[in-house]
Write a protein that binds this ligand. Structure first.
Ligand SMILES: [Zn+2]
Length: 187
């Protein structure tokens, strides 16, 4: 299971702190609901890419429930499950390409994220409406996508991710194959 936590640091700082980041303690198992302190269960490394040039190799903390024996991974809010690029970077790739016609990554990668974003537009619009935003959105697909990604940027990624997970168990930008992944929100 994935557990989202806002470490209040950006990817560079998180990478620098490594295992010394402030990892949350959980006193209740989000999987079996046992009122029990979850134990540390080591770390695994994954990539986090914030720009075209920089690849961070960051530790992800795992916890295990002594009761049910299941593990959870504590994912920083700047990352999306199953993607190496940070959410900020994905949004920048798309906006820069749509507005300024410049590429921040390979053409293939940009196309990949563009396809994902278009596939998620209805869901993102629903989310924006649920947040109480009643502003009219452009009809044209690309203009609509630009407007919505700018709204997400304005909301701040940590706030967006927290509220998004609070509303639905589905990954922002992820393929439907992964919709079964269980994710819980953090405070
Ligand atoms: Zn448990």
């Amino acid at each position: 299971m994935i557990y989202y936590h806002n470490f209040l640091v950006d990817v560079a700082k998180y990478a620098e702190l490594g295992k010394a980041n402030e990892f949350p303690e959980l006193d209740c198992c989000p999987m079996c609901r046992a009122k029990i302190r979850l134990k540390r269960h080591g770390f695994y490394k994954r990539n986090a890419i914030e720009s075209g040039a920089e690849i961070y190799r960051i530790p992800i903390c795992r916890l295990i429930c002594p009761d049910c024996g299941k593990t959870i991974s504590i994912l920083p809010t700047f990352l999306l499950p199953y993607f190496q690029h940070t959410m900020d970077f994905i949004i920048r790739i798309l906006l820069t390409s749509w507005i300024a016609y410049r590429l921040l990554c390979s053409r293939q990668l940009r196309r990949f994220y563009e396809k994902r974003a278009y596939g998620k537009l209805t869901e993102i619009e629903l989310f924006i409406r649920e947040q109480g935003n009643r502003k009219a959105l452009p009809d044209a697909l690309k203009e609509k996508a630009i407007k919505m990604l700018q709204m997400i940027q304005a909301l701040g990624k940590a706030t967006f991710v927290r509220r998004w997970w609070g509303h639905r168990i589905s990954s922002f930008m992820a393929h439907s194959l992964y919709h079964g992944a269980r994710v819980v929100k953090t405070i």
